[in-house]
Design a protein around this ligand. Structure first.
Ligand code: SAM
Length: 341
């Protein structure tokens, strides 16, 4: 879709783009096709897209996959997509808020390989990324456009400013590659920040046992709430729950002992602790504390392939592949770069 056509559609249908809904549309069908290709959209796939917009990416996905289900919250866009017949027959358009979808029910509908591929609205990107981790066993992988700052948090190295709870959760269960860098001028209207298109694969060698992701999450969220302090500070509340009968100083001593047992110095800052060490700490605390609660199923409240273009319409990657990650990909991701909306 040319920019002139996109503008004309918006005008004809009286649509005003909303920043709150993250309405920065792709305008170049060639770019959308390249993204669909890099995201692995393939014949036989059932693809789920969040945020249809005017369907530029949806059409690219539909050209490669058997079936696409796309969710759009904006009624004006939904009306326009329908009245202008902007979507092919293998696309099912759902007018809904993606945060309220029963993803587990959707993913259980078919045995086809399933992927989520989307140019995400900024405002729901982080919670949706978290939801996708819970859905990992039902998906081949997921590829999403994010603002670079968020993408960097997914692939951050331990000890860096970007390293936080989202990093730890992803590194424990997934391999992440930034597969394209998309500058602001490739969107309409231009976002203020750069964008990165990341592909996430569930790890075949994921070390987590059932129910552990939520427990590790509680631990790291508590710890990273005081990321500039010693790890023991952020974990005070956890210690309180673990050992309700002990007084403050005894609890602190016990916590320091547990940290020592898993080889962690109590003086460390949370950002210096590797994902595997967080997991070990979570297990040790569980083994010494009250019965752990089980992981909640947190899934919701939130054609033949065309040829790859010879000249990529994407910006050249700006940095080395994310292979510095230690995790091994379940499916051999080939990182092409990283950067970033
Ligand atoms: N896929 C289109 C493209 O690439 O041009 C549009 C992407 S645009 C970044 C994000 C889209 O998500 C917008 O169309 C917006 O209306 C829609 N959106 C925002 N919040 C949403 C939500 N909670 N559920 C479903 N769609 C949402």
């Amino acid at each position: 879709m040319k920019l002139s056509r996109l503008r004309a559609l918006l005008d004809e249908h009286g649509l005003r783009l909303s920043r709150d809904l993250g309405q920065n549309f792709l305008v170049d069908g060639g770019l959308a096709d390249e993204l669909a290709s890099r995201a692995g959209a393939s014949a036989g796939d059932f693809i789920f897209e969040v945020g249809t917009g005017l369907g530029v990416l949806t059409r690219a996905l539909a050209a490669r996959a058997e079936r696409v289900r796309t969710v759009e919250i904006d009624s004006g866009l939904v009306r326009t997509l329908k009245s202008e017949s902007l979507l092919p027959d293998n696309v099912e358009l759902i007018h809904a808020d993606a945060r309220e979808i029963d993803w587990r029910a959707w993913l259980a509908e078919s045995d086809q390989p399933k992927r989520v591929i989307a140019n995400l609205p900024y405002s729901i990107a982080t919670p949706l990324l978290r939801t996708l981790l819970d859905l990992r066993e039902s998906l081949e992988d997921w590829s999403v456009m994010l603002q670079s700052e968020v993408a960097e948090r997914l692939v951050a190295d331990t000890g860096t400013r970007a390293y936080g709870s989202l990093t730890v959760l992803h590194r424990l269960v997934a391999d992440v590659d930034t597969i394209a860098t998309v500058p602001p001028e490739r969107f309409f209207p231009r976002p203020k920040v750069e964008s990165s298109f990341v592909r996430v694969w569930p790890r075949a060698d994921c070390p987590l046992r059932p129910g552990e992701l939520l427990r590790v999450e509680r631990l790291i969220r508590a710890a990273f709430s005081q990321r500039r302090k010693r790890v023991t500070n952020g974990l005070d509340r956890i210690a309180e729950k673990n050992w309700p009968d002990l007084d403050k100083s005894a609890r602190r001593g016990r916590l320091e002992d547990v940290l020592g047992t898993v080889g962690l110095d109590p003086g460390l800052r949370p950002e210096r602790i590797e994902p595997e060490a967080w997991l070990a700490l979570s297990r040790q605390l569980d083994s010494e504390g009250p019965e752990p609660s089980s992981e909640v199923a947190a899934a919701s409240p939130t054609a033949a392939p065309s040829a790859t273009p010879t000249a990529s319409p994407l910006a050249a990657p700006t940095a080395a592949p994310t292979a510095k990650r230690k995790g091994k990909s379940a499916r051999g991701a080939s990182g092409k770069g990283r950067s970033g909306r």
